[in-house]
Design a protein around this ligand. Structure first.
Ligand SMILES: Nc1ncnc2c1ncn2[C@@H]1O[C@H](COP(=O)(O)OP(=O)(O)OP(=O)(O)O)[C@@H](O)[C@H]1O
Ligand SMILES: [Mg+2]
Length: 214
């Protein structure tokens, strides 16, 4: 089943960043986007995840055109179906890790799963304040928060950037398993070629075009 279809996307800030970008994500599938720093990967991910309106082209989610959705419909989809994991992870700093997860639980109506906390190795420090966690622990809490929502699409921008190789591999396996077992999809931006090639498809953003290389 189709989760996301983007057609002829382009983006122009002061100059054109990319154009003619087409991409399709289906259930159970993972897609990686690689490319040089500054090529526009994060900008593209923001467009695909409805955070940024494309200069041209269209994005549809679950068969619905984003541009013609009502505000209400869009916020429902964002709350329940989209999981955004970006490098600046915006946890609530005054709260404990667990309280951050409770917010996700409240908003989505899903349960916090113990197995998820175990898989991410954050059971021990779960009641510590966010500011008392290491950068990598904070990153894993933000991943737990997103997965607690049970999203249908995960958008991840360098989600394992703060983690050592072993932990990063474990986290990525968690994502891949999540997609397969929940019929979800993932679009991953990464600088790590090996990681990219663990995804079902790989796209390269280069010279303003998005080319499929796997
Ligand atoms: N809000 C903005 N206004 C103007 N220019 C922007 C804005 N956001 C990004 N840019 C510019 O667009 C270009 C692409 O940025 P983007 O963050 O998409 O790159 P990237 O491929 O994700 O890079 P990196 O791998 O370093 O994260 C950069 O030159 C950046 O300066
Ligand atoms: Mg980026």
């Amino acid at each position: 089943m189709n989760l996301l279809t983007a057609k002829n996307l382009s983006h122009t800030f002061e100059y054109e960043l990319f154009s003619d970008v087409n991409i399709e994500l289906n259930t159970g599938e993972s897609i990686a986007i690689i490319g040089m720093s500054g090529s526009g990967k994060s900008t593209l991910l923001h467009q695909l995840s409805t955070l940024l309106i494309p200069s041209e082209g269209s994005v549809s989610l679950f068969g619905e055109d984003v541009a013609s959705m009502s505000k209400k419909r869009l916020s429902t989809i964002k709350r329940h179906d989209l999981g955004l994991i970006f490098q600046a992870h915006y946890l609530f700093n005054g709260f404990s890790a667990y309280e951050n997860l409770e917010v996700a639980q409240l908003l989505s109506g899903e349960k916090i799963e113990d197995t998820l906390l175990e898989a991410l190795h954050i059971k021990e420090p779960i009641h510590q304040k966010v500011t008392q966690l290491s950068g990598g622990q904070q990153q894993r809490v933000s991943i737990a928060r997103v997965l607690t929502k049970k999203p249908r699409i995960i958008f991840a921008d360098e989600p394992t950037g703060n983690l050592d190789k072993k932990t990063a591999d474990e986290v990525m396996q968690l994502f891949f398993n999540y997609c397969k077992t929940n019929s979800a999809g993932m679009i991953l931006v990464t600088h790590d070629n090996d990681l990219a090639h663990q995804c079902d498809k790989v796209y390269h953003l280069k010279e303003k075009k998005l080319k499929q290389i796997k």
